[in-house]
Design a protein around this ligand. Structure first.
Ligand code: SAM
Length: 260
């Protein structure tokens, strides 16, 4: 009977897919994909000619919520039709990407086999290219708009990663760009936590192996002047880093002097 495996193709073309994911891709009867460009589509097609893009379901003015449901339905129907299906998503198939999760949940509820394999995500590339270890200070990550509209506090002793900064404040889910007004508001929200002079980084991992990553450093106040794209990720370095806290140390019977 039919089954689904969600795989990640990584960010940089051809080199970042795992061996296991590639095996599933090659052996699938039906492959669907959401990939960043024609080059990666051609590469996936060369591994499995059954590849069909789901990009056609995106439409300016149509809610992405509806688009994702439609994508899920196409994938699930192929499994119900008895096919061994692979859904190939760029990056990691389950990081800031909902279609794989939706499809797996639906199919498992219907008694089908459905699994997700890990892949190389944009933040995996980011940590490598920027030389950041998220374990040094801790790291928090949000989808930009969800963070901006939630009012949740930021932990300024940790790294902050805002995904989809190019859609900051775009609450309608119907268009693919933010506005100057939204970026002004974004600066005001972030300014509750960081000074306007705080340096941050716009990061874009290359899709093509011979290209360099985009690593643009700028000050918070200059965010509205930055050229944001659909693949931009915002990285905000910590203000302080982690410190020892006497009250917490007391719980462990320790004092600051125990740390040399
Ligand atoms: N599943 C993908 C992954 O594992 O990286 C993430 C998909 S999410 C819908 C799209 C967001 O991922 C972008 O707005 C951006 O924040 C980030 N992203 C995607 N491609 C990127 C790239 N080449 N460099 C940096 N960030 C990227």
């Amino acid at each position: 009977s039919g089954s689904l495996t969600c795989i990640g193709t990584g960010i940089t073309l051809a080199g970042q897919i795992t061996t296991l994911s590639k095996d599933y891709l090659v052996q699938a009867e039906t492959v669907f994909g959401i990939l960043p460009d024609k080059l990666s589509e051609d590469w996936v097609k060369s591994l499995n000619p059954s590849y069909t893009s789901l990009q056609y379901l995106y439409e300016e003015g149509k809610s992405r919520r509806q688009t994702y449901q439609e994508m899920k339905n196409v994938v699930c129907q192929a499994v119900r039709d008895g096919k061994k299906v692979v859904l190939a998503l760029y990056g990691h198939p389950g990081i800031f990407a909902c279609v794989g999760h939706f499809a797996i949940e639906t199919l498992r509820n219907e008694g089908y086999q459905a699994q997700m394999l890990p892949g190389v995500s944009a933040d995996a590339c980011l940590f490598a290219d920027l030389g950041i270890d998220p374990g040094t200070t801790g790291c928090q990550a949000y989808e930009a708009t969800q963070f901006l509209l939630s009012g949740v506090p930021l932990n300024t002793s940790a790294y902050t990663i805002l995904w989809q900064i190019g859609l900051a404040g775009e609450h309608t889910l119907k268009t693919f760009k933010t506005t100057q007004k939204n970026l002004g508001a974004t600066v005001r929200v972030l300014n509750k936590w960081y000074p306007l002079e705080h340096e941050m980084i716009l990061y874009e991992a290359p899709f093509i192996p011979i290209h360099n990553p985009r690593i643009d450093k700028f000050k918070l106040k200059d965010l509205p002047a930055m050229d944001l794209t659909s693949i931009s990720t915002l990285v905000i370095p910590p203000l302080t880093g982690l410190k020892l806290d006497q009250e917490s140390l007391n719980e462990f019977g320790l004092s600051i002097s125990d740390f040399g």
